[in-house]
Design a protein around this ligand. Structure first.
Ligand code: MRU
Length: 361
């Protein structure tokens, strides 16, 4: 039986990351699906490394990992007072914030830990209490993430067709969160409600999150899954084999434009051309109202080796030019609805995001 760090077990309890007495344990997503192995990070530097090397990836999972990284940094400090720890705390947060630039959940989680620390400092809390509170805040972020995914599933599952193909891109599943998933959570909920869905998973070149991770976790759950190469979606849509698209997001701007895995924009354009609904599922922590439009979202450029090589084998001629942006931006006009744990948002997104934010605060 697989248990997460709060002792829960349910169908699809993929152990993406879990707090242990020694540190944070991560399933190694670079090894899946061929090998289910784990990496233990016992320091905040190691947490930063597992984020950079994609042992853990996916916007919500990165945010939770960073929160645990901050807590680990506090637990390992040799400082004797919160005041003495304060400059080290800043360095810990800066190191974790420097890992990946696009997913806003990372910065959201670190900011939440920073606010808590500032509050504890102001209240004259002891260092022992600071350590305990930072760890319990990280646990809270972890638990809230699972709850948000379940709620998104409940809202979004009803939007999917009773039967037919649903396309997803990249991995926005249990492996990208603390369990259940955002886009894949919506699919899971629909399947749990008896909908007869066949998932088409784009392979998602170059890192193959779809072929390796989405396919693996849906197969673990017994969900009907077919992997397609990224260039096959148009043909399947034209043939009527895809009834809806659901993807995750790394950052949603104030106007509803959003960044997600490279290739998402292509899928959105194809969906519109074929009259297929295109849904985005993301927790509220992915919405960044401080970023006005998609043009303002920083896009991570990753190593050319991810494109030139696969499985240690060279695919391209020596010296050829390589471009490897990890994400693209899809304009809001392609989005049928944004599914969040607060509710389902519809266009115009500037208004619906602002309204929902005001209601929930
Ligand atoms: O580079 P990755 O694998 O971290 O990119 C992940 C994605 O683009 C996901 O779709 C996104 O983070 C949403 S995960 C719920």
């Amino acid at each position: 039986m697989r248990l997460n760090s709060i002792g829960l077990d349910w169908k699809c309890m993929i152990p993406t990351l879990a707090w242990t007495p020694e540190g944070v344990r991560f399933i190694d997503q670079t090894k899946l699906p061929l090998e289910e192995s784990y990496v233990l990070a016992t320091t905040y530097e190691q947490v930063a490394d597992v984020i950079v090397t994609m042992v853990v990836r996916g916007a919500p999972a990165i945010g939770v990992s960073a929160a645990y990284g901050v807590a680990l940094g506090a637990l390992r400090t040799t400082a004797s007072t919160p005041q003495e720890f304060a400059p080290e705390f800043e360095r810990i947060c800066a190191r974790l914030a420097g890992t990946r630039p696009t997913a806003v959940n990372l910065f959201w989680a670190i900011d939440r830990m920073k606010k808590l620390f500032a509050d504890l400092l102001a209240r004259g809390t002891t260092l022992a209490q600071v350590k305990e509170r930072l760890l319990s805040e990280a646990h809270a972020i972890y638990e809230e993430d699972i709850a948000a995914c379940k709620t998104m599933g409940a809202f979004g599952g009803t939007l999917l067709p009773d039967e037919g193909g649903v396309l997803t891109h990249c991995n926005a599943g249990a492996l990208a969160t603390c369990g259940y998933g955002t886009a894949l959570g919506v699919i899971r909920a629909a399947v749990e409600h008896g909908k007869k869905i066949r998932v088409y998973a784009d392979e998602t070149r170059p890192f193959l999150q779809g072929a390796r991770l989405t396919a693996w976790e849906l197969m673990e759950d017994g969900i009907d899954t077919t992997v397609i190469c990224d260039n096959m979606a148009a043909s399947l849509m034209r043939a009527g084999r895809i009834k809806a698209v659901v993807v995750g997001a790394d950052r949603i701007a104030a106007n509803g434009d959003f960044a997600n895995k490279i290739g998402t924009y292509n899928v959105a354009i194809l969906a519109k051309e074929h009259g297929i609904p295109f849904y985005v599922a993301a927790p509220w922590s992915t919405i960044d109202t401080a970023t006005p439009t998609g043009d303002d979202i920083p896009i991570e450029e990753r190593s050319p080796v991810e494109v030139t090589h696969h499985g240690g084998k060279q695919l391209t001629p020596n010296g050829v030019g390589i471009c490897n942006p990890a994400f693209d931006v899809t304009p809001a006009r392609y989005v049928t609805a944004i599914i969040t744990e607060r509710g389902v948002l519809r266009a115009p997104y500037t208004e619906s995001i602002r309204t929902m934010e005001a209601i929930a605060v």
